[in-house]
Each structure stands twice: as C-alpha cells, then as structure tokens.
Design a protein around this ligand. Structure first.
Ligand code: CP
Ligand code: NVA
Length: 309
C-alpha cells in the first residue's frame, strides 16, 4: 500500500503525475465540472494541531469529488486512549484514506504499520508534503513551467523547507536556503538531495542576501512553528536578520514573486510591505492547496486501487 508521509515517498515522475492530475482537475473545476472521483469514499482528517488551509481544502476537495470527510480531533485518543495496534486498524478499517496532522512525525511512522488505508501527511514537525506540492503548482503557473525558475527560502529551515527542498531536488529546481547557524539542515540532508539530483541544486548559506540574489521566487515561513512557542523569544532574536523585507526583495530578480505557506506574522519573518505587495502570490499559493491535494488524493487512490481508474 502506498502512503505519502514525505516527498521521498514519490519519484520525480510520480510528482509530475500528481501535478498533472492537479492541473487537470483545477481546469475542470474552473469549467464547472466536478467529477465524482471519490463517490461515497470517506477521508478521515486526524488533526492534533490547528489548521485553516489544510483542513478546509481537504474537506472541500472531498466534497467536490463526491466523497465525505470526517474531522477527528484529540477526543478519538490517537496515541493516548488505547494502543496504536488497536486504534489504527479500527480507525482505518472505516476509512478509504486518512490525512494526519501530527505533533510527532515519529508517531505517524509508527502508526503506519497498523493502517488498513493509505495515509497522507497533513503536516508534522518534520515535513509538509502537501504544502510543497501546492508551492510548485503555484510556481509552475506563475512562471509558465519549471525550467527557468529558482527559489530562495529565507528563515528557519523547518518542516515546510524540508518538503520544499525535497521537491526542488526531485524536479531540478535550484533552491538557496538562507538560514543562520542552528536553524539550517544537517549537511547530510543537503548532500543526499544533491547526490540524488546529480548536481548541486540545493545550497545552504547564512547570508540571506546572497541566497536571494537573482532568484525568481522568495519564500519564507514563521520563525516559531506550532509546538515551538517556548523558544519564541530566542527565535525572534536569532532570526531577526532573516526577515523578507523590501531590501531583501530588491536583490531578487526584478519580477520575483513572494511565497509564504501561511499563517504569516507580519513584522517578523516578512514585512507588510512585501506580503501585501503586488509581488505576493500568497492567495494563489494557498488556493492551490485545494488543487494540489485533489491531485494527490486521486493519484494515491488510483495507485492503491489500480482497477478503479
Ligand atoms: N499552510 C498550512 O498548512 O496552513 P494551515 O496550518 O492553516 O493548514
Ligand atoms: N512551520 C509551520 C507551518 C504551518 C503551516 C508550523 O509547523 O507551524
């Protein structure tokens, strides 16, 4: 059974297939066509953390495709009320697919051995693959393809950056990560991505301006992710020089666009002047969560039920 916990679970070709389904279903929706590709299917959303985009886009896409979704909060007791070996097979025996947003990536990995249906990662402390698929769909739409694009990610190298780095490595997109020491990835992760790509695509530097030079997209995320609130004061200090502001945008390409997975904290990782400017693509990017995940769900369903196509 195929699952998507990380973009390492997909080859470059498979990511291309997911994006192709997303593009097609987005065009269908725009044309007023809603095919019942999830007719009477049920998708569970097991969420341990708050969410606007991920939750609502999964609920909406399921409804648009003729299925049903179930929002499951802490009351169901994942990892607390009963052992995983009881919880997971029972929950997943009711469902056709399960999306998990979790505090602990390790708990999701541990749960996988007991699942009876495909699982999608809806964000963990380690990765956010659905976000990266929507990010690249957005880049592709804006740039008219992926051939001549480059991205700078400025700030904390976190779960969002992790998935962005994998997808860039897989699809051959140069990515410069500008982050201070202590907020960068282990060099072994970057080396692995570049070795898989066969070239030095993913670079990491503590010089934010150098990272942003001439890139076509500048991306950032919050300095304090969900679950890191106790470190917030220290993070504000450590990352202060990594704000995406007008000066930083001025060294990117003249027509560079700004990306952010959201929610954003204006005045911290990004200025209002940048996020509210015409260069900002955040609404399109957030809307693409719906289309990218629709592509992923339909693709994953077909992978797991080859005769259902
Ligand atoms: N970007 C993102 O995943 O947003 P939510 O936390 O609102 O789902
Ligand atoms: N890095 C952020 C992303 C939110 C979508 C977090 O984990 O809180």
């Amino acid at each position: 059974m195929r699952h998507v916990l990380s973009l390492f679970d997909l080859t470059a070709e498979e990511i291309g297939q997911v994006l192709d389904v997303s593009v097609k279903l987005k065009a269908d929706l725009t044309a007023g066509k809603r095919e019942s590709l999830l007719d009477n299917h049920v998708i569970g959303l097991l969420f341990e953390k708050p969410s606007l985009r991920t939750r609502v886009s999964f609920e909406t896409l399921t409804a648009q495709l003729g299925g049903n979704s179930l929002m499951l909060g802490s009351d169901v007791g994942w990892g607390s009320r009963e052992p995983l070996c009881d919880f997971m097979p029972i929950l997943t025996s009711y469902l056709d697919m399960l999306v998990i947003r979790a505090k602990s990536h390790a708990l999701v990995e541990e749960s996988l051995q007991f699942t009876q249906c495909p699982v999608i990662n809806g964000l963990t402390d380690v990765s956010h693959p659905c976000q990266a698929l929507a990010d690249i769909l957005t880049v592709q739409e804006i740039a008219g393809g992926l051939n001549d694009v480059s991205i700078a990610y400025i700030g904390d190298a976190n779960n969002v950056t992790y998935s962005l780095a994998i997808i860039c490595g897989r699809l051959g997109i140069p990515l410069n990560i500008g982050a201070p020491a202590g907020y960068q990835f282990e060099s072994s992760f970057i080396e692995q991505l570049n070795a898989d790509a066969g070239k030095e695509l993913i670079r990491q530097t503590d010089d934010a301006m150098a990272a942003a030079e001439n890139v076509s997209f500048v991306y950032t995320d919050v300095w304090t992710s969900m679950g890191q609130e106790a470190e917030s004061k220290q993070r504000l200090k450590d990352l202060a020089a990594y704000q995406v502001n007008e000066k930083l945008m001025s060294v990117a390409a003249a027509d560079a666009k700004f990306l952010h997975c959201l929610p954003a904290r204006r005045g911290e990782e990004v200025t209002s002047g940048v996020i509210d400017s015409p260069a900002s693509a955040i609404i399109q990017q957030a809307n693409n969560r719906l289309h990218a995940q629709k592509g992923l769900v339909v693709w994953l369903k077909n992978q797991n039920e080859p005769n259902s196509q």
